[in-house]
Design a protein around this ligand. Structure first.
Ligand SMILES: O=C(O)CCC(=O)C(=O)O
Length: 291
């Protein structure tokens, strides 16, 4: 799928503010298909007593009353999620915003259950999975109507151009959220809350300060998130979640990758990606090249 020329993707606003908000962007049949598959997974979660590779559940989760925090890696779990992210509207938004082929990184479906679903404390994403540039962005789609009481995504406009914060706690342990002193130095009154009807889309850059409050409403807040970078941006293995993000991570959408990266100001024409089929030896490659 590609976006029609009438579709307004304001890339200049994205560059300036670090986010986009596209109310009611995803419509049927995509929206109803995603909702149906999400509902199937909620049903399936009744068989999970605790968090596992598929589900992250709240402590009070039970077969009678599911309380899901997250469906892990939906793109690897169901072909509807895979088509949506790799060939459908999410892929089209990613290629439009980044202006060319993109590299899919990972996905998740954050449910933020009703009556107390947990907040996501203020953070930036890039520390969790550093790349060779700052192009990574995440596209979110609300699968239900989301109002202010449901803990919508909050973004701090322009903060993607500011400091990259230390998400370790004062005691040195990884905390995954900003320290109180760093938050206090920001004008959090400028936070923009991205609520909207089902199908509304959020796009946020990997460096923007963002998070969300607890869900105090009586309805869950399902937000389907998928992350992409430019095709010539690569995750740096050995740091954070890179390398453990799923079977389809690394899929290039909307074109191909050149394998060329710039490190320390020098262009490196990198070898092909051998991460799936295994690397040939230098003897094998050079022998084949001589034939
Ligand atoms: O689900 C949310 O409200 C925010 C998600 C988020 O910030 C994240 O997963 O990085």
């Amino acid at each position: 799928m590609s976006l029609t020329s009438e579709t307004l993707i304001d890339t200049a606003a994205y560059e300036t503010n670090g986010y986009l908000h596209l109310p009611s962007f995803v419509t049927d049949p995509w929206l109803s298909d995603l909702q149906a598959v999400a509902a199937e997974f909620v049903e399936r979660s009744r068989q999970s007593e605790r968090s596992d590779a598929t589900f992250d559940v709240e402590p009070g989760h039970s077969a009678d009353a599911p309380r899901l925090r997250r469906l892990n890696s939906p793109v690897d779990q169901h072909e509807t999620f895979a088509r949506f992210a790799l060939d459908g509207p999410a892929a089209a938004i990613a290629t439009a915003v980044l202006g060319g082929p993109v590299r899919y990184h990972h996905s998740k479906l954050n449910f933020k259950w009703s009556s107390g679903g947990e907040p996501v404390d203020w953070h930036q994403d890039i520390q969790f999975w550093p790349h060779t540039d700052f192009s990574p962005l995440t596209i979110g789609v609300y699968l239900d109507d989301v109002d202010e009481a449901m803990g919508p995504m909050g973004v701090l406009p322009g903060s993607h151009r500011g400091p990259l914060y230390d998400l370790y706690q004062e005691d040195g342990a990884w905390g995954g959220s900003m320290r109180a002193a760093d938050i206090a130095a920001l004008d959090m009154d400028d936070m923009v809350w991205l609520s909207g009807p089902a199908g509304s889309v959020t796009v946020h850059n990997c460096c923007i300060v963002h998070g969300s409050l607890a869900n105090t409403s009586t309805r869950p807040r399902p937000l389907l998130l998928q992350t992409y970078s430019r095709a010539d941006s690569y995750p740096i293995l050995g740091i954070g979640a890179n390398g453990v993000t799923g079977r389809l991570s690394g899929t290039v959408v909307g074109g191909s990758a050149t394998q060329s990266i710039t490190v320390d100001g020098r262009a490196v024409p990198g070898a092909p990606d051998w991460s799936r089929q295994g690397a040939p030896t230098i003897f094998g490659s050079q022998h084949a090249a001589r034939e």
